[in-house]
Structure formats: C-alpha cells, structure tokens
Design a protein around this ligand. Structure first.
Ligand SMILES: Cc1cc2nc3c(=O)[nH]c(=O)nc-3n(C[C@H](O)[C@H](O)[C@H](O)COP(=O)(O)OP(=O)(O)OC[C@H]3O[C@@H](n4cnc5c(N)ncnc54)[C@H](O)[C@@H]3O)c2cc1C
Length: 310
C-alpha cells in the first residue's frame, strides 16, 4: 500500500479526527502535496501518530479535543490545560514485587496475590519510612497541552522525568493562547512566601482578558509577518509570548510524580504546604487523577503520609 493510501486510511479513523483538530495540521493535506509531504505531517508515520494507535489499545476516556485553528486562522484562546495518559505500565503490584525481593528473592512474584491487607500495609510502610526505590519500577507517559510558562516550571523537575516538546524551529507554532478563566484568582495579597490569591473584580477580569487577547493577536501578526517575508521560524518565534500553548510528552514513574505533586499541588493532607502557580497545579491535578486510578493503594499511602515523596 502506498503512503498516501495509508494516510487516507488512518485519517478517517475516529482517533485521528481528534488528532487533526487538536495537534497537527490536517493530515489529509498529504494527498495534495508531493509524495514525500505526508512523511512530515502524517500521523500514520509520526511518533505522535503511533501514540494514538497505541492509546487505542488500552481502555481510556476520549482525549480532550480543543480547538486549534489552521495555520492561517485567527488566534484561539483557552483557559484550560489538557493531559492525556497515552501509555503506562504502572500498578500497585509493581511496588510489591520490587519490595518483596528483599525477603522473598525469586519467590517475590508469588507473594503478590497472597494477602491484600498485607500488601496495603507494606506500601504504607515503604511510604512512611521513605523507602523510595520500589516506587520506581513503573512508567507513565502523558501528552500535555499547556502554556509555555507552565512547561518552563515543569522542566525544572529533572530526576525521573523524560520530556519531548514540539519544536518552534521545525514547525509553525499554532496561535492558541492562554487566558485565565473566570474562576482563576487574579489578585495576590500578602508578602512573598506568605501570600494568598483572591478573585479579581469584574473590571480586573475584563481588563485581563481584553489586554491579553490584544497582545497575543499583535504578537502573532508580527510572527506571521516575518514568516511570510521568509524569516526562519526559529528567529520569528522570539516575538511569541509565554502564554502560547505548547505540547509535550512527559514520562515519569510514581516516585518522580509524587515529588512533582508534593511541590506543584496544594492539598489538605500535605504535611509541607506548597504554593504552586495555579496553571501547573491544573496539570498536576489531571495527572494525579490518572495515576490514582492506576495505583490506588500507592496514591492512598501518599496522601496518608503527608504527600511527601518517599
Ligand atoms: C512553589 C515553587 C516556587 C518556585 N520558585 C522558583 C523560583 O523562583 N526560581 C527558580 O529558579 N525555581 C523555582 N522553583 C523551582 C524549584 O527550585 C525546583 O527547581 C523545582 O521545584 C524542582 O524541584 P527539585 O529540584 O526537587 O526536582 P528534581 O529536579 O526532579 O530533583 C528531585 C530531587 O533530586 C535531588 N537532586 C536533583 N538534582 C540535584 C542536584 N543537582 N544536587 C543535589 N540533589 C539533587 C534533590 O533531592 C531533588 O529534590 C519553584 C518551585 C516551586 C514548587
């Protein structure tokens, strides 16, 4: 089967419909270009395309579909972030066999089904006493869409994380920008290290939305003007703001995720409170919901022990 035929076949699949709207330029354009063109944008041939094929193999909810305009369309504005668990090998039993090799050696796998209460107790003990390495024998890969300022904070988490982000050198960045939603507290009160956020007035909300959108539009016009004049993408992107949406894969394990969640979420059970920016917390909350589903005993032990990564 030729490349075009493969593209056409996959572009018609439901999962790829979401992909077209959400991430990449329409892969159907491959039928209109030279034969090699689909290799750049076709989900059938890209890693991201494989992502959806792989994701279909596991039970999961449909990915959030958000509007990403065509390259020449007007800017789009979002107040949300999206997180999709695209691949995982993660279960509470991964913690158990890793821990039980200490005492059971080659029989550690046989121990798994023996006593659920003992398993729960073991996970809690490991969490409480901060025996962290058994929580590393698992893997979760998330596809995340969020503003660039969130990714700047995210990528400070170096240990136990792998990242790949879309390139502003190799593709035209799409005009999708972050504007705070009505529930985003706009006003900071108090001194550094001890402050809180309170809702803004109606006027502050209106101003924020209006000024942000105007500034975003202006910067994207400047970006496109340079591209149209033949300036390289990697140069023209300098005018784009950190409120621009980007996308990345982030792969972690339960231990590195717990460390992230301890710092990037606020929670009533946290023994050491943190004060993250709300937008990265939104990403963290969505990741935590996926992880809690995969590893409920580990998640419960994390909460019960003050949300401090072991
Ligand atoms: C609320 C908040 C505000 C922040 N504000 C700022 C800011 O104003 N400016 C700023 O620059 N950053 C800021 N950060 C980022 C922060 O300093 C950390 O870089 C980020 O939280 C990642 O934490 P980490 O280094 O523990 O994580 P990871 O990089 O994932 O490291 C995990 C753990 O590995 C160990 N480790 C990793 N690298 C080393 C090393 N080189 N040497 C020794 N041990 C190591 C440490 O135990 C570390 O906790 C902020 C973070 C938060 C949560």
């Amino acid at each position: 089967m030729c490349i075009r035929a493969v593209c056409a076949l996959l572009c018609g699949m439901p999962g790829f419909d979401a992909y077209r709207k959400n991430i990449n330029p329409c892969p159907r354009t491959c039928g209109q270009g030279p034969l090699w063109a689909p290799m750049a944008g076709c989900p059938a041939l890209s890693v991201a395309g494989l992502r959806l094929v792989a994701a279909r193999a596991m039970p999961r909810k449909d990915p959030q579909v958000t509007h990403t305009p065509e390259e020449s369309a007007k800017p789009g504005f979002r107040s949300d972030v999206s997180v999709e668990l695209v691949k995982h090998s993660a279960a509470d039993t991964d913690v158990l066999w890793a821990a039980r090799v200490s005492t059971a050696g080659e029989q550690s796998l046989d121990e798994l089904t023996k006593d659920p209460e003992r398993s729960k107790g073991l996970i809690n003990y490991l969490m409480r006493d901060r025996h962290g390495s058994p929580f590393e024998h698992n893997s979760m890969t998330f596809f995340i869409s969020a503003p660039i300022f969130v990714f700047r904070e995210f990528m400070r988490h170096r240990v136990g994380w792998s990242y790949n982000e879309e390139s502003g050198r190799y593709r035209q960045l799409q005009p999708v920008f972050y504007v705070p939603g009505e529930d985003r507290r706009l006003v900071q009160q108090g001194r550094p290290g001890k402050y809180e956020f309170v809702p803004g007035t109606r006027e502050q909300q209106e101003l924020t939305g209006r000024v942000m959108e105007a500034s975003y539009r202006q910067s994207y016009v400047a970006y496109q003007e340079m591209l149209d004049a033949g300036v390289a993408r990697e140069v023209a992107r300098a005018v784009l703001p950190v409120g621009l949406f980007s996308s990345m894969y982030a792969t972690c394990n339960a231990r590195s995720l717990m460390h992230f969640l301890g710092l990037r979420t606020q929670h009533e059970q946290a023994a050491v409170p943190s004060f993250p920016q709300r937008e990265i917390e939104m990403v963290g909350e969505l990741m935590e919901a996926e992880w809690a589903r995969l590893m409920p005993l580990t998640h419960a032990a994390f909460n019960a022990n003050g949300r401090i990564a072991p």
